[in-house]
Design a protein around this ligand. Structure first.
Ligand code: SAM
Length: 270
């Protein structure tokens, strides 16, 4: 399809892209929105071309933008030039990125996970905050984890807020969805350690021997890790709380756990 210019805020394509802020629309279309050249560059590096590339009239020439146009055309996607007002409307920001991409969502089925491909995997039970989830996806990527498994009723990893918080790692980390029952059943075939995190645990987070590949299991922001999932773990551990706070933020706790367990596999050097 050839490039064209849209100037009307009520254009159907603009409405369809704006609707990707809604979970229902993302679920129906299987698509999501990623904003900015950094994200689009990460996607291209992972062989993922946008199904639609929206380029602001004031976008400056950039090698990533040129590559994105080539890859979008090659994949049969649309390239649309839009006004600044449309970019503001779509991104719901006064200072929007000048390039936006609409991409297909990708999920790795539980049974397709290759445990030995990476030493550590992260599983999250009912994570509710999009900023936490995006930050965890970014952290899992940074630390060299295989992927993130979302258990039960979790926030959508492809929400605009979660995607922004990933800083592009959404394209690099495998994401899997599972019910609690599916996850518990699948864990029975896991040959490495399954490590739960609980505030009532009696083991310190560095105290237990770890067998890789390991799964780190993190709980919900309010309720913590359920008894049912804690019971599937080989060990439940706690990060020391030495001050007045009774718990760490979920994403921070995940970061500490993930680096502790990946360092044991990769070493702690650069
Ligand atoms: N009130 C909740 C509870 O009792 O578990 C607090 C949940 S905490 C904000 C969210 C998740 O972060 C927990 O389920 C756990 O996975 C992890 N977490 C937070 N602080 C932790 C700590 N000190 N040790 C181990 N895990 C922790």
């Amino acid at each position: 399809m050839s490039d064209h210019l849209i100037t009307s805020l009520t254009n159907d394509t603009v409405k369809a892209v704006r609707a990707l802020h809604m979970r229902k629309e993302r679920e129906t279309t299987g698509r999501f929105l990623a904003e900015g050249l950094k994200f689009i560059g990460e996607a291209l590096d992972q062989g993922r071309a946008p199904v639609m590339l929206l380029v602001g009239q004031d976008a400056r020439p950039h090698p990533i933008l040129e590559q994105a146009k080539v890859e979008t055309r090659k994949a049969g996607g649309q390239i649309i030039t839009v006004t600044h007002a449309i970019l503001e409307k779509i991104s719901r920001r006064d200072n929007p990125q000048t390039v936006l991409g609409v991409f297909e969502q990708v999920y790795t089925p539980l049974e397709d996970i290759q445990p030995d491909s990476k030493p550590v995997w992260v599983a999250l039970e009912q994570v509710r905050d999009p900023g936490n989830l995006g930050t965890i996806i970014r952290t899992a990527d940074s630390a060299g984890c295989g992927g993130v498994i979302l258990i039960g009723d979790c926030v959508d990893p492809y929400s605009v807020e979660a995607v922004r918080a990933t800083m592009g790692s959404v394209f690099a980390v495998s994401i899997t969805k599972a019910s609690r029952e599916e996850f518990v059943k699948w864990c029975k075939g896991w040959k490495g350690s399954i490590i739960g995190t609980r505030l009532d645990a009696t083991h310190g987070y560095r105290d237990s021997p770890v067998q890789h590949p390991a799964i780190i299991l993190m709980g919900n922001e309010q309720a913590g890790l359920t008894d049912e999932l804690a019971a599937t773990c080989d060990v439940n551990v706690k990060i020391p709380m030495r001050g007045r706070a009774d718990s760490l933020n979920l994403a921070v706790a995940t970061g500490i756990m993930v680096y502790s367990i990946t360092d044991a596999a990769y070493g702690s050097g650069l």
